[in-house]
Design a protein. Structure first.
Length: 367
């Protein structure tokens, strides 16, 4: 006889990461096509070889403090070190927040389609996700009025990805303020800015104005360190003690801490990444528009395309045959079966995507 697992696990789906096939061009997980800064690699190799990383010892508080300090300076003048918390990726920070705020039967609001982890974390914590459909006719904007009216006394968290994965759009500041102010002290508004570096603006300073806002950032996307798992939250100071109670001790490892510090110190490399991505995002968007009926404007390092009348799984399979992996968005709740998401790659990679699609799908348009 097996020991029964929690009944509620039946409701939870495994997280399905973008596929990885050896030798293929992987444009399915929004990673940095340039990889991390060479300075980061040099720093790690140097310290490892010099025996300075002491991998037999738990991560040092002093190094954690240094990273939090560097992050606060990087994020903005109004953010203090005490506002910065770390986690094993944004995923780790989100998990801690869900366990801080969600008790059995509590609810969280999620505008969909969006990053699927939010709903899993809410369910795992014993809560109920409630979904509000983004406005598909208008670049998937957040339906502010619907969201506010869906908020009730059980609502503890509201997850807003901005830029949103997979749609690429940001929520305008006046709209997020309307949400924050109307839910007030009832619910925490979690703004996930995993793609902030590629966007024109950030909402991070709202943390200094409101007590019910937390902003998530990561080293996985623009900094090219997805494999090391390090992310952070900018949270109001009152929340820090609850965070320390609930977060796993030592959730960010010694190597990741050093790498993140080194990455922040190479701002030139970050600028190079962001410039490349913005330039190539324009190229990819423009060229995909020659193929598909709608390609959404993006403030992130990926582009969403509506491939109808084709189905996303057909386009996904056709590209896979040519050695290119994109994201079939049918796994995103509320996305339907005609969207693909393509990570912005190098010019060579982006050209290959366009070449593989043009001709094949540009002719299949039935209008
Ligand atoms: C990629 C992604 C994350 C995960 O970030 P990690 O720091 O690697 O855990 C979080 N949120 C969104 C919206 C993402 O797209």
């Amino acid at each position: 006889m097996r020991v029964p697992v929690r009944a509620s696990l039946q409701e939870i789906e495994e997280y399905k990461p973008g596929k990885l096939v050896k030798g293929a061009i992987k444009l399915s997980s929004n990673e940095n096509p340039l990889g991390p800064s060479p300075e980061v690699i040099r720093e790690l190799v140097k310290r490892l070889e010099a025996g300075e990383l002491n991998l037999n010892v738990y991560p040092w508080e002093k190094d954690v403090e240094e990273l939090r300090d560097e992050i606060s300076r990087y994020v903005g003048a109004r953010i203090e070190k005490d506002n910065v918390v770390l986690g094993a990726g944004v995923d780790g920070v989100l998990d801690t927040l869900a366990r801080i705020f969600i008790a059995n039967g509590d609810e969280a609001l999620i505008p969909i389609p969006t990053f699927s982890l939010y709903e899993s974390l809410v369910k795992i914590a014993g809560g109920m996700p409630r979904y509000v459909k983004r406005k598909s006719g208008e670049n998937f904007d957040v339906p502010v009025k619907d969201l506010i009216s869906a908020c009730n006394e059980k609502t503890k968290l509201i997850f807003i990805s901005s830029p949103n994965n997979p749609t690429g759009n940001c929520i305008p500041e006046d709209e997020i303020r309307e949400i924050i102010e109307s839910v007030d002290s009832r619910a925490m508004v979690v703004i996930d800015e995993a793609y902030a570096e590629f966007a024109d603006s950030s909402l991070v300073n709202l943390v200094t104005e409101y007590e019910n806002v937390a902003v998530m950032r990561t080293f996985s996307k623009a900094f090219g360190l997805a494999g090391l798992r390090v992310g952070y939250g900018i949270i109001p100071e009152w929340l820090a003690s609850a965070y320390k109670k609930v977060a796993m001790p030592f959730s960010v490892n010694s190597i990741a801490i050093k790498a993140a510090i080194a990455a922040l110190r190479d701002q030139a490399y970050l600028r190079k990444t962001v410039e490349l991505v913005k330039h190539e995002r324009a190229f990819l968007t423009e060229n995909l528009r020659r193929v598909f009926k709608k390609v959404y404007p993006s403030e992130a390092n990926f582009v969403l395309a509506d491939v109808s009348p084709a189905k996303s799984r057909e386009v996904y399979a056709a590209l896979m045959k040519r050695g290119i992996i994109v994201r079939d968005c049918s796994s995103f709740r509320g996305a339907g079966d005609s969207f693909i998401r393509v990570t912005v790659g190098t010019r060579e990679q982006n050209e290959k995507v366009v070449e593989a699609l043009i001709g094949k799908y540009s002719h299949s348009k039935k209008y």
